[in-house]
Design a protein around this ligand. Structure first.
Ligand SMILES: NC(=O)c1ccc[n+]([C@@H]2O[C@H](COP(=O)([O-])OP(=O)(O)OC[C@H]3O[C@@H](n4cnc5c(N)ncnc54)[C@H](OP(=O)(O)O)[C@@H]3O)[C@@H](O)[C@H]2O)c1
Length: 323
């Protein structure tokens, strides 16, 4: 496993992290025992960065992560986020709430569920349009001063919001979607984090499994799988996208590596500040993903992959991300 430093003065983390969202729904049923084993196997492989959020499984995801790392807390750089809440109890997290009162209460509840005294990286899940970002980040800075949070991050923020937040308290990481088929952050987010010395955690780095070549037909999407409602996974869009991925799969077969490994190695090749956090519920997939950290792809391989999955040819919009 190789390691990267997130942001100026930030923590050293495994070059590939582990996203835990799917362990509490979103992609259909998950086996809790296999999920916990996956997290612990990740630690055995040298993965240190674990990514969760207070709204995943309405808190159940943080509890699962807390159980899995019990006794091994010091091996983990634990990242969670708050600032989104459900409109109705038990409903999906649709409302941004970046008020200082909510963030304090949310962070303290996360600490209880995770069974820890501090979170290493706490992200503001979404910037609340009704609360100046300076106010939300100011509240997180207070939690840093109290030792409840070690580092502050923002998720899915604009470049302007990053600059304003960073002026209040240094940001350690920004988390946004980035993958072979979703490269919008290359326009202004990546240049901004590079200029300011902020790390970048790439969420949904496998395009919700599509870039792992895991999906051949939409029949594979069972009840409770949010991709059934995602534009890129619908009818003709799915068929067109599948043709693009099939070509990338041929290229990966030539290298002898799974497409998931190559897709993550491609992200790592985009810059030293980038740390992908692929999500998986299974140890087998975890191993393919972790292998990307040790696989350096050549610039020629990276260019070829990028050309095979050009975002302009991807059918269907990126769904507005709520999570
Ligand atoms: N900040 C935000 O707004 C935000 C938004 C979304 C996600 N996130 C974070 O980012 C993490 C990653 O996103 P994600 O999990 O939604 O999407 P993802 O990592 O792009 O893809 C996950 C999907 O890929 C499959 N998969 C993973 N590795 C595979 C492999 N080697 N071979 C075949 N299939 C594989 C998983 O299925 P299996 O479980 O069966 O392996 C799952 O269906 C989340 O877990 C979450 O922590 C953050």
């Amino acid at each position: 496993m190789r390691y990267r430093t997130l942001g100026t003065g930030g923590p050293l983390v495994s070059a590939v992290g582990l996203g835990c969202l799917g362990m509490s729904g979103g992609y259909g049923p998950a086996d809790p025992a296999e999920c916990e084993a996956t997290i612990r196997h990740g630690l055995d492989l040298g993965i240190t960065l674990l990514d969760t959020a207070d709204f995943y499984g309405a808190g159940a995801n943080e509890e699962l992560v807390g159980r899995a790392i019990s006794g091994r807390r010091e091996e983990v750089v634990l990242a969670t986020r708050g600032g989104l809440r459900a409109a109705v109890p038990g409903g999906p997290p649709t409302i941004a709430d970046g008020s200082p009162g909510h963030l304090r209460q949310a962070c303290e509840a996360s600490l209880r569920r995770l069974g820890t005294g501090h979170v290493d990286i706490y992200y503001l899940g979404r910037v609340d349009p009704a609360v100046p970002v300076e106010e939300s980040v100011g509240a997180l800075a207070e939690l840093v001063a109290e030792g409840k949070i070690r580092h502050v991050g923002l998720s899915e923020a604009t470049a302007e919001q990053l600059r304003r937040a960073h002026a209040v308290h240094p940001l350690t990481a920004v988390e946004s979607e980035y993958s072979l088929w979703e490269r919008h952050v290359e326009d202004d987010i990546l240049p901004t984090v590079r200029e300011l010395g902020i790390g970048f955690t790439a969420h949904t780095p496998l395009g919700k499994g599509f870039l792992a070549g895991a999906l051949v037909t939409t029949d594979q999407l069972g009840p409770g799988d949010h991709r059934r409602n995602h534009p890129r996974f619908q009818g003709e869009n799915f068929r067109r996208n599948r043709r693009l991925i099939a070509e990338a799969e041929e290229a990966s077969a030539e290298t002898g590596l799974p497409l998931a490994t190559l897709a993550l190695a491609w992200l790592l090749s985009r810059g030293p500040e980038i740390v992908p956090i692929p999500g998986t519920r299974r140890r087998t997939h975890l191993e393919a993903n972790a292998a990307a950290a040790d696989h350096l792809i050549t610039p020629e391989q990276a260019d070829r992959l990028a050309a095979l999955v050009p975002p302009a040819l991807v059918s269907g919009s990126r769904q507005p991300v709520r999570r």
